[in-house]
Design a protein around this ligand. Structure first.
Ligand SMILES: [Zn+2]
Length: 303
């Protein structure tokens, strides 16, 4: 990994996740970058049109547009813009911060929220020693950090943050789409500051002891809402799961409750649940995601 000199702090990748939008504006107005003179920090509100519309996206989820092939593809024009709108936008952002693979920006922090109880969820898309130490540092520094990754599900990632070789995504919740909440704002600010402090200390060789390993929740699947014979949703997430943070579910545990009040149970390997009843995933009928807690070894070569 080359030395980290340039950092982008990104909000509004999803236009109805206001915490990141206002956090970026706040950092900009307060010139908080002055606290980190060793980095050239820039700010980006990634999808201003979606922010204006108070929607996650206009035509395509922007945070699914950053695979190399999609960044290189020719897009058809519609009215005055390339379509899907967000794919064209992703290509512009890639020119601005990237290009992916040889990016101008060394480190991206992308700020998100969830409608579910994800606590301070830090998402990493690489499990090299740098990112594992980042994960361990954030868990050690902030009380409610849970690290997740889907790196094992993807050979090449589609997140905005994948433009740079390093970075992380913060996802706090529960918070309703299009709203602000003081706790979520504070959690986001804390994660942002701790992430920058980690990079500073990593490069100064002044990290505290981080232990031998770090626990990371690794995604391995999704559960969809049960559908009736007409293809319509016929059950809610079971009330016992609502607002739970990463509960462990085992074979036979309650999973859904049909509109008739019958319980549908879980049939599968023991797993932790995340994004339980996430509003942003209803368009895909996704009711929750499955993950396993895994321990990753930390090598202490820098200390
Ligand atoms: Zn988001």
């Amino acid at each position: 990994l080359k030395p980290i000199q340039s950092v982008a702090i990104v909000g509004g990748t999803h236009g109805n996740e206001l915490t990141g939008v206002y956090c970026v504006k706040h950092w900009q107005k307060q010139n908080k970058a002055a606290d980190y003179p060793e980095f050239a920090i820039e700010y980006l509100l990634a999808n201003p049109e979606a922010i204006k519309a108070n929607k996650r996206y206009l035509e395509k989820d922007l945070n699914r547009c950053f695979k190399l092939a999609d960044l290189a593809s020719d897009l058809p024009a519609k009215n005055n813009y390339a379509t899907p709108y967000e794919q064209g936008l992703a290509q512009k952002i890639n020119q601005q911060l990237g290009p992916k693979g040889q990016a101008r920006i060394d480190f991206i922090i992308d700020l998100h929220t969830s409608t579910t109880n994800m606590q301070t969820n830090v998402v990493i898309i690489k499990t090299d020693q740098f990112h594992l130490k980042l994960a361990a540092y954030l868990k050690q520094t902030l009380p409610d950090v849970v690290i997740t990754t889907e790196s094992e599900l993807m050979d090449e990632h589609h997140f905005l943050m994948s433009i740079s070789d390093a970075g992380f995504l913060v996802e706090v919740g529960p918070i309703a789409q299009g709203t602000l909440d003081a706790n979520c704002m504070q959690q986001t600010n804390n994660a942002l500051a701790a992430g920058l402090e980690f990079v500073r200390r990593y490069q100064n060789n002044s990290l505290p002891k981080l232990g031998d390993s770090v626990e990371i929740m690794s995604y391995h699947g999704k559960l969809h809402f049960p559908l009736d014979s007409q293809g319509e949703v016929m059950a809610c997430v079971h009330p016992s799961l609502i607002n739970q943070a990463y509960p462990l579910i085992r074979l036979g545990d309650p999973l859904f409750q049909t509109f008739d009040g019958e319980t549908i149970t879980y049939q599968g390997e023991p797993s932790h649940l995340a994004f339980i009843n996430e509003a942003a995933y209803y368009d895909q009928n996704i009711a929750m995601c499955l993950c396993q807690a895994k321990r990753y070894k930390l090598h202490d070569e820098r200390l």
